[in-house]
Structure formats: C-alpha cells, structure tokens
Design a binder for this molecule. Structure first.
Ligand SMILES: [Zn+2]
Length: 437
C-alpha cells in the first residue's frame, strides 16, 4: 500500500548520477499520479535494427538545446527514415531535417511558446527539406517519423508508414502517427486522385491486379514522403503532427519502420517488451517481429522511455487504480482537432492531447500571420525562412502565382520558389518532368 503520510525525499530530475530513491518506487509513482511536480523527466532509449535492403536510417539526438548553451532548455529528438528506391533521400532527411525545423522556430521565446510553434515549424521543415532534396534531382524517397521530446511533451511529425506508438504506465497503447498508405487511407486516395495522380494496383498476366494500391506514375504505395521527385508532386511532404503531454507517471514510445508493423500490432509490440529496459526492449521487439514474419524488410526500432526517476524501468501500475486516480486529475483537452482521425487517446486519461492536425493543404498548416522584419521591410518565407522584398513581383495576398484566376492565397508569405512548390502539391501546376537517371 502507498504510505501517504511519510515525508518523502523528492529527487531532482536534473541530477543524472542520482542514487536509487530512498522510498519504494510505488510510493513515488503514487505521488506523481497525484500530480506533484517533477519538472523534467529522464529520457532513456534503446535501438535495434536488422537490414534487408539497407535503406533504414535513424537519428538519436539527446542533447539539443532550445537556447544554445543553456542546459535547462534541453530537449531530445528521435527519428526513423525508411528509404525506398535508394538511400539518398533517407540520408538527406537525416542530415538536414532537424536544422530546417529549428530554423523555422522564432528565437528567444519561452518553452511554452516554443512548443506551440513546433507543429508549424515541423511542417515548414519537412517541406523545405523536400524542396532542397528535389534540387539534387535524385529519385529516391523516404518515410520520416520525427519525435521531439521536451519535458513531458511529445511532438510527433510523420510522413509515410513508420509508426510511433505510446504505451502509458497504465498499459494503454495508442498510436501517435497516421499511416499514409494508399491502401488504408481513403482520404489520401481522394486527395491524390484530385491532384492528378492515378491510384490502382499492379497489372500482371493479362489484367490481373496484384499487390497493394499504388499511385501512378511511379507505383508508390505511400501518399506522403520526402523525396520521390519522379513520382509526382501529389506525394506531399506535409506531415501529420500530433502533440501530447504525459502525466508525471511517464510512458514509453516505440518508433519503428514498417518491417515491425507489418508483423506486429501496436499492442503486440508494446506487450512484447513491457517491464524491460529500453535497450533490451528494442532488441526484443525486433526479435518478436522476426519470429512472426521472418526478415522480409528492413526492420528498425527505437524504444524511448520518458520516466520520472532514474531507474532502469518502471513497473506497470494496475490499470484500475490508475484510471480511478487519473480520472480525477486529468482530462482530455483538444485545442486543435481539425484532423478527423479517431481520438484513440481519449481512453488513456493520463495523456493530455495538445494538438493534432493532418491536412495536406499547406495554407491550413502554416497559419495566416506574415512575420516581417519591420526595420528592413522584408518578408520572411514561412517555409524556407529566406527574407524577401514583398515588391519582388509577388504580393502576399494575390491569387495563386501560376493560376491567377483561382482563390486568393490566404496563407503566410511564401517566396516564389516555395509558392511554386505549394501550387505543384495542390495539382495546380504539372509535376516536374520525370528525372532521367
Ligand atoms: Zn521559401
């Protein structure tokens, strides 16, 4: 039973060399569930992978800082890039995406403002990275699942089908990403068709259709990615973004490429490693996927534990007790629910939903304000962050640059290059000519 009256020593989360807490862990977790403040969680992680084609890449950066040099503003980034038709897009995204996202966040703002600016910066960073990669004129593409952990807040941006799931201490598993697979996403099929793509299966042997739904030209099964210059601009790099805040009880993220998810359900993956330290957990998830399906694809798994104490692993609390406590303390708060996906987290109770948006329309994702430098009279492009004079033949609120008759653009300022990209993604401009290798 929890001893509620005894005064407790509360360890400070910053001290990484902290010894074991002098009170039973269950007691401490009980305190956390009653919402007593632990400022910063410990983030522990493990990684495991098996290569078949060698096109999976991952990124782990546990030492980022919102204000360079200020350790109290640290945050971490975990990402998976599952490449196809080559490795160059995956490598390019791994090397450039984080910088592109960070450059789209205003300087010298509070943590709260930073977290609020992050979803929009993720959209800008993904699109900018895609534009830059297109300029290399290479044909490969990649999924991206990009996770930012700042304090107890988790922000996930994803294109493609590398999922991120959240397992909370109560044993409830929820999906933080949406699969951008044509086969499973009717909304995306509609969008791709409306923007000029064709969706169908592979035709073999006199018209027999085989395999999953693909997009033509190109034959890609995904509806969003970074790269895929040769497929068509309707394969957009605009990510689904979800932001949630954990309770002080913490939780575990499992981020993995489709080699895992084609073999294991979210529940199976979570259950297969519960109660084990992150490093071992990642290995076990990969092993479990391999056992059930064999090595058919690149298989990469990151396990990230966000925990209130410096212990190898937190015991799972009984669901019933936690739900009773948490229902008193936490509620679901949905600030922006423009995305129509099911609210799988509503059952969790201990997780607060802060933001979710998955629209593929750039204007809906970037907001309407036009950040400008009052001194110079320049406007900053909301995607690539380049400062431009508004008199460069491009007025902010004019109609579409390439089809002046269409509805006025109500989004923020875009430079001519990024505006071109916007129009192409919406099917208002022919896709760039096929690249010959
Ligand atoms: Zn731009």
């Amino acid at each position: 039973m929890l001893d509620l009256l005894r005064p407790l020593h509360v360890p400070t989360a910053e001290v990484s060399s902290m010894k074991s807490p002098p009170v039973p862990l269950g007691t401490l977790i009980g305190r956390e569930l009653r919402n007593e403040k632990v400022e910063k969680p410990f983030v522990k992680y493990g990684q495991a992978a098996l290569a078949k084609k060698g096109e999976d890449y991952f990124l782990i950066k546990s030492d980022c800082q919102r204000i360079p040099g200020d350790l109290s503003t640290s945050f971490s980034v975990f990402a998976i890039f599952d490449g196809h038709n080559g490795i160059s897009a995956a490598i390019f995204a791994k090397e450039n995406l984080l910088d592109n996202v960070l450059s789209a966040i205003p300087q010298e703002i509070s943590q709260e403002e930073w977290l609020q600016a992050l979803p929009r910066a993720l959209v800008a960073g993904f699109v900018k990275t895609d534009i830059e990669f297109q300029q290399k004129r290479e044909t490969s593409g990649t999924t991206v699942t990009f996770v930012v952990i700042d304090g107890w807040t988790i922000t996930v941006a994803s294109v493609g089908d590398s999922r991120c799931i959240l397992d909370t201490q109560g044993g409830v598993v929820s999906l933080l990403t949406v699969d951008h697979r044509l086969e499973e996403n009717a909304e995306e099929r509609e969008r791709v068709t409306a923007s000029g793509g064709e969706v169908g299966r592979l035709n073999v042997y006199g018209g027999n259709q085989v395999g999953p739904l693909r997009c033509w030209p190109g034959g890609l099964c995904l509806s969003r990615s970074i790269g895929d210059t040769d497929v068509g601009e309707f394969i957009v790099p605009i990510p689904h973004v979800k932001q949630v805040k954990l309770s002080n009880a913490g939780g575990r993220l499992i981020i993995a490429s489709d080699g895992i998810w084609d073999a294991l359900s979210s529940d199976m993956a979570a259950k297969s490693c519960r109660g084990l330290p992150a490093e071992l957990a990642a290995k076990l998830v990969v092993k479990e996927a391999l056992r059930s399906r064999g090595l058919k694809d690149d298989t990469t798994c990151l396990v990230v534990d966000i925990v209130p104490f410096d212990v190898p692993v937190l015991p799972t609390i009984q669901t019933k007790k936690q739900n009773m406590l948490s229902s008193l303390l936490f509620g679901k708060k949905s600030i922006n629910s423009g995305w129509k996906a099911t609210n799988k987290l509503s059952a969790v109770g201990v997780v607060e939903e802060l933001f979710e948006e998955g629209s593929a329309v750039l204007a809906e994702r970037l907001g309407k304000d036009f950040p400008s430098n009052a001194n110079s009279g320049l406007y900053r492009c909301a995607v690539c962050q380049v400062d431009q004079s508004p008199t460069d033949g491009l007025s902010v609120n004019s109609g579409s640059f390439f089809s002046p008759g269409s509805k006025p653009w109500e989004g923020p300022f875009l430079c001519p290059n990024c505006r071109k990209k916007k129009d192409a993604m919406e099917g208002k401009r022919p896709s760039r000519p096929a690249v010959t290798a």
